[in-house]
Design a protein around this ligand. Structure first.
Ligand SMILES: Cc1cc2nc3c(=O)[nH]c(=O)nc-3n(C[C@H](O)[C@H](O)[C@H](O)COP(=O)(O)O)c2cc1C
Length: 369
């Protein structure tokens, strides 16, 4: 079977048959007979490659504790949004403008205590501190936006509050016909450059798949200072309500089928960019985690499955991966990472355009018989 894009995905038979030219041959489990699940991500050593990605679950302390107990390697907090920050900045300016009229000290740098206007970032900084106290694993803070704005300052504040790393979620829709791909990319690269220059902690960039030359952009992001790439964010596409003729958001959780797209890009980028890779979208089962790592991911991030089954499901993913590795005599996650990436498979074209015709022909013959 193949996806509609002509790539034959790694299937369960491949996982069974994993051995052969170009691949890392399993060397057996560690001294205690258990595979080493630790992985390197953004320069951090994580105890396992299963990471809870940003969602309301990771903004809730009891859920964070449950994820920690279940064996996740790290947690990504829900994002602080650019819109929240812009609102705050506007409020500060408005407040200071008003103060200047009524308070002569304002002109000389008088800074009143501003309660109420900045709950967004204040609450977020508190969440970072509480999360750090609640879990043993690294806590990754997340900023969501598209433009340069005040990100640099905020990123520094998140790091100062104790975040072990920062994930920049570049969530934008290139809808302006007057704007080129180059301009859109440059804006993102400038943000990454500014944030990574200002922050001591490692920075990962979470992208959507909607970029015209993703492999090139990936290398440029790394040149701009990104330590990791998180592929891919999942846009929540708007829907039309036929009753009210209104347009609104419709959040649908993912399924394992959606892993194919990040899987392909993990495989294409592994060994080609000098950065950690995180697979996100469609990680629901231990098989999904295993495939993501084999394709080249350093970590497999999950949200929908945790929202559907609860934080304990992270434990199912971790133990399922460990069992698979023990059965196949993989000693470590490091050893299996990327062993079915494009640079390591017998048929590298399988991750690109090849198989397209074969796939369609095969489907047509099944369909017509
Ligand atoms: C309810 C919900 C809230 C989310 N909030 C954020 C967020 O604040 N920041 C972010 O970068 N991603 C956010 N995401 C995206 C997830 O982190 C994840 O990348 C996406 O859901 C794809 O992974 P999945 O297939 O495991 O769900 C959210 C997803 C859901 C379902």
């Amino acid at each position: 079977m193949s996806d509609g894009n002509g790539v034959r995905p790694i299937d369960d038979d491949d996982l069974d048959a994993l051995s052969g030219a170009g691949r890392v041959v399993p060397s057996g489990p560690g001294p205690k007979g258990e595979p080493d699940l630790s992985t390197r991500y953004l320069g951090l050593t994580l105890r396992s490659p299963v990471v809870a990605s940003a969602s309301p679950l990771t903004g809730d302390l009891p859920s964070l504790r449950a994820l920690d107990a279940a064996g996740v390697g790290a947690v990504v907090l829900p994002s602080l949004f650019e819109e929240q920050l812009e609102h705050e900045i506007a409020e500060v300016e408005r407040y200071l403008g008003l103060s200047a009229d009524i308070n002569p000290e304002a002109t000389y740098g008088y800074a009143p205590v501003l309660d109420g206007y900045n709950q967004g970032s204040v609450r977020y900084l508190r969440l970072i501190r509480e999360a750090k106290a609640a879990v043993k694993v690294p806590v990754i803070a997340s900023l969501n936006g598209a433009t340069r704005g005040g990100w640099t300052e905020y990123a520094r504040m998140l790091a100062d509050a104790g975040a072990d790393a920062i994930e920049l979620n570049v969530y934008q829709v290139a809808a302006d016909p007057g704007r080129t791909a180059r301009e859109t990319e440059k804006e993102t690269l400038d943000v990454v450059d500014a944030v990574t220059s200002a922050c001591e902690v490692p920075v990962a960039v979470k992208l959507s798949p909607y970029w015209s030359a993703l492999a090139h952009l990936a290398t440029q992001l790394v040149d701009a200072g990104a330590s990791g790439l998180v592929l891919f964010n999942r846009f929540y596409q708007p829907d039309i309500d036929l009753e009210t003729l209104s347009v609104g958001p419709r959040l649908v959780l993912s399924t394992s089928d959606e892993l194919r797209l990040p899987l392909r890009w993990m495989a294409l980028l592994h060994g080609r960019v000098d950065a950690s890779l995180a697979a996100t979208t469609g990680i629901h089962t231990p098989v999904d985690v295993t495939k993501a790592l084999l394709a080249g991911a350093n970590v497999a991030m999950t949200t929908s499955a945790l929202l559907r089954h609860g934080p304990d499901h992270a434990g199912t993913l971790v133990t399922g991966l460990a069992s698979w590795m023990a059965e196949r005599e993989y000693a470590s996650v490091e050893q299996m990472t990327g062993s079915v990436s494009q640079v390591n498979v017998a048929d590298p074209a399988a991750f690109e355009r090849a198989n397209y015709l074969e796939t369609l022909t095969r489907y047509a013959s099944t369909f017509l018989t």
